[in-house]
Design a protein around this ligand. Structure first.
Ligand code: ZN
Length: 411
């Protein structure tokens, strides 16, 4: 931790002690006062915050300023419980746009670009973040929102969009449509900013080849501004994040112990400047690592690795932890396999079973595909699985997020 980061954290703690009922109670319960954090070592005594607690603060329990200071709220999806509402001050909105504009710049995007934005607008932070960053940069934003692929393609051709912002599944759907319609020569895209969903190398390759674009992985979550807090640069060695706004730690998600740089674990974020709803040591449940090496691009922003999965979509089968990211990395080396797969878990005759449904590439007729995948899995993950190759195009494509893991076991 740098000195300026520690002083940012000190100021943050004073702010939340003074103004955030949520954190005042949390820290009092832990026996902490703002003064008890005197050194970066003391920072480690601060308990983590988790999404469950944020949910209990619904609707506006996370407010850390007077409500008059709030100019906007966003909310994370409530699919698994109460939504979390995050209030933003004007400064928060500007800081987010500043980080997002930096993301575009790191991806080599300039004010001459035409940025087609397909993530959703509304309570969800996605679309509006891409939009504010584009405006801050001075590029021309085309605020399409999701779906309506017909119109997306028309606008893309007519306005000569050069940048596509999308989830990986939607970018893939667009790439396939462009191919199907034979309109590749009428598309002017150069870059894709792909966020909100972990995507494998194979999927990336199909989007890159299908649209003839360079892809950049953007990261973020609603609780911490939204997308736009980290992105990869032209070297694609990892995602640069903005350590003047955010302090990142990687922890062992089981024990809570902070891990050294270079080791994979759960990302924990502290917001150094956020006003509306600052967060201290917030567990993202995203799995990554801090990359200790310097990036060849020479930028001073440190890097995290691509997100390899989430602590909660980690599934335990036959006593082994499995992440979708592992499946990606196994499949990418097997010729004849497309980027789409599904992990189906069930419990039969007293045993867990894992069936991997894998799409074949168009025209692939390898008779040994099933056994090759089974052997690779056994070698790299250590368990025996069933493999079900299916024809290309049979697994669901999505305009939002693909569901990779279907767990039918009774909880
Ligand atoms: Zn770089």
């Amino acid at each position: 931790m740098r000195a300026d980061q520690f002083s940012g954290i000190k100021a943050l703690l004073e702010r939340v002690f003074a103004n955030s009922p949520f954190y005042r109670r949390k820290f009092q319960e832990a026996g902490l006062t703002a003064d008890s954090i005197k050194s970066p070592e003391d920072f480690l005594k601060i308990p983590y915050s988790d999404k469950e607690e944020l949910r209990l603060a619904y609707p506006l329990g996370l407010l850390s300023v007077h409500q008059d200071e709030i100019v906007r709220i966003h909310s994370s999806s409530g699919t698994t419980g109460m939504p979390v509402i995050i209030p933003y001050t004007r400064r928060d909105v500007e800081d987010w746009a500043e980080m997002f504009a930096r993301c575009y710049e790191i991806a080599g995007i300039t004010r001459s670009d035409v940025i087609q934005i397909t993530p959703g607008y509304g309570l969800w932070t996605a679309g509006i973040g891409f939009q504010a960053g584009a405006e801050k940069l001075g590029a021309m934003a085309v605020p399409m929102g999701p779906g309506n692929t017909e119109k997306q393609l028309q606008m893309m051709m007519d306005l000569k969009s050069t940048v596509l912002c999308a989830t990986s599944s939607y970018a893939l759907l667009i790439a396939e449509e462009v191919e199907k319609r034979g309109i590749k020569d009428r598309i002017h895209l150069k870059k894709g900013i792909i966020g909100s969903e972990r995507w494998g190398d194979l999927m990336g390759k199909r989007i890159r080849d299908g649209l003839d674009i360079e892809l950049f992985d953007i990261y973020g979550l609603t609780e911490i501004y939204g997308p736009g807090i980290a992105i990869d640069c032209e070297h694609h060695k990892g995602m640069h994040y903005f350590d003047d706004f955010l302090y990142f730690e990687i922890i062992d998600s089981e024990t809570g112990e902070v891990l050294p740089d270079g080791e994979f674990g759960e990302l924990v974020v502290t917001t150094l400047r956020k006003e509306g709803a600052p967060l201290v040591r917030y567990r993202t449940h995203d799995l990554t690592r801090i990359i200790p090496e310097k990036c060849p691009c020479g930028r001073s922003y440190p890097m995290i690795d691509r997100i390899i999965g989430r602590t909660d979509d980690m599934v335990k089968v036959k006593g082994v932890n499995i992440y979708p990211g592992q499946v990606d990395s196994i499949l990418k080396d097997i010729p004849g396999v497309s980027s789409e797969y599904q992990i189906v878990i069930d419990h039969q005759d007293g045993k867990d079973t894992l069936t991997l449904r894998v799409e074949k590439e168009p025209g692939c007729c390898r008779p040994d595909l099933e056994s090759v995948i089974m052997d690779c899995f056994k070698k790299k993950v250590g368990i025996r699985i069933n493999v079900e190759p299916v024809e290309f195009g049979l697994l669901p494509r999505s305009e939002k997020k693909s569901k990779r893991v279907l767990d039918y076991r009774v909880k």
